[in-house]
Write a protein that binds this ligand. Structure first.
Ligand code: AKB
Length: 338
């Protein structure tokens, strides 16, 4: 008998940390973790098994099929937006070919198990691309079908992988004589910028929010790489984990679409600084915009519309802006660095 597990790729990343800790604390779930980097030791203890390996290694993925019954895949591994611009072709390989490898693994698993394998995919606000600031500022909340013209390699990868998920779920091998369903049950979330109190992001462009907070808590000056008036949607990590779990548990028949926006609050970078300064009055934060990274953020929406997620599977964040800072971020970062 093969062991039943949930596979989490990119396990060492920020969402991986949150998700694995959740499963360890709350559910009797065997976690098979995969990451290209050596395991974080604390995280490793919470997993059934942690494999250091590459999602581009098909031999490794083949061995996982032989050894485990994978009931769900949380495919978190990816190269984020800023890092991807330094090597777009490598980013494409990891973000797209890596996802394709996992979709193939899911098809095989579903075939062996005779039941659908859930494929949870964190997409991003990077899938959007607004042409200029004027349009960004007057567009308000953007829904899933608007402005899908990404301007970064990462955004292109995310949008395309959403389409791949739709293809594998609904149209896989549609011309085959024995064309049956692939068995993949793909579900994607378009995340806003995420902020965790326990980890810091690397390689993203929404990183200025969490970086400002963590630098202030550590007593290190921070030069914010976007203008003070820059607005993006954000959400705290506990809500990101909540949304992934809620979407995973939602009955398939309730899901009218495969890709959902989720969000919580959207302060300007200047407001973000004010809130951080209130908690850390000695923090040194100034604005030194990097025009290239500013250009990326300016192409992302100032806010997104998550009405479909609210309607179809009861999504609602636990943390609005006030609660996110006063009840989660500020006390937790103070404790972390004290
Ligand atoms: C990034 O900045 O690349 C990510 C994202 C918005 O998906 N945090």
């Amino acid at each position: 008998m093969r062991k039943e597990v949930v596979l989490i790729t990119g396990a060492n990343g920020e969402i991986g940390h949150g998700l694995i800790s959740y499963f360890f604390d709350n559910e009797n779930t065997n976690v098979l973790a995969l990451d290209v980097m050596p395991p974080d030791k604390e995280l490793e203890k919470m997993c059934d098994r942690f494999i250091q390996g590459d999602i581009l290694d098909n031999m490794l993925l083949g061995r996982l099929v032989a050894e485990y019954e994978i009931r769900a895949i949380y495919h978190l591994a990816s190269i984020l937006s800023t890092k991807a611009e330094y090597n777009p072709e490598t980013a494409h390989k990891v973000n797209v070919e890596g996802t394709l490898n996992l979709l193939r693994l899911a098809v095989e698993q579903a075939g062996w198990q005779g039941k659908p394998v859930k494929f949870l995919y964190p997409s991003s606000i990077a899938a959007y691309g607004l042409p200029d600031l004027e349009i960004k500022n007057k567009s308000g909340k953007i829904n899933e079908d608007e402005w899908c013209h990404p301007t970064t390699m990462y955004g292109c990868n995310k949008l395309y992988c959403e389409h791949l998920g739709r293809y594998y779920t609904k149209f896989y091998r549609r011309l085959a004589v024995d064309s049956t369903q692939s068995g993949i049950d793909f579900r994607a979330l378009r995340f806003p910028g995420l902020i965790s109190a326990s980890t810091t992001p690397t390689g993203g462009t929404s990183d200025y929010g969490p970086e400002m907070l963590h630098h202030a808590a550590m007593g290190i000056p921070y030069h914010c790489f976007v203008r003070a008036d820059t607005k993006l949607p954000f959400m705290v990590m506990p809500d990101a984990i909540k949304s992934l779990l809620l979407l995973e548990q939602a009955p398939r028949e309730n899901l009218k679409q495969l890709v959902y926006n989720v969000t919580s609050f959207n302060p300007s970078a200047g407001k973000f600084r004010d809130i951080v300064l209130e908690a850390f009055p000695k923090a040194e934060i100034d604005f030194v915009p990097d025009l290239s990274r500013q250009g990326i953020v300016d192409s992302w929406p100032a806010d997104i519309d998550d009405a479909a997620a609210r309607k179809d599977w009861g999504w609602e964040p636990d943390y609005d802006q006030q609660r996110a800072f006063t009840e989660y971020l500020i006390p937790a970062v103070k404790a972390k660095y004290s």
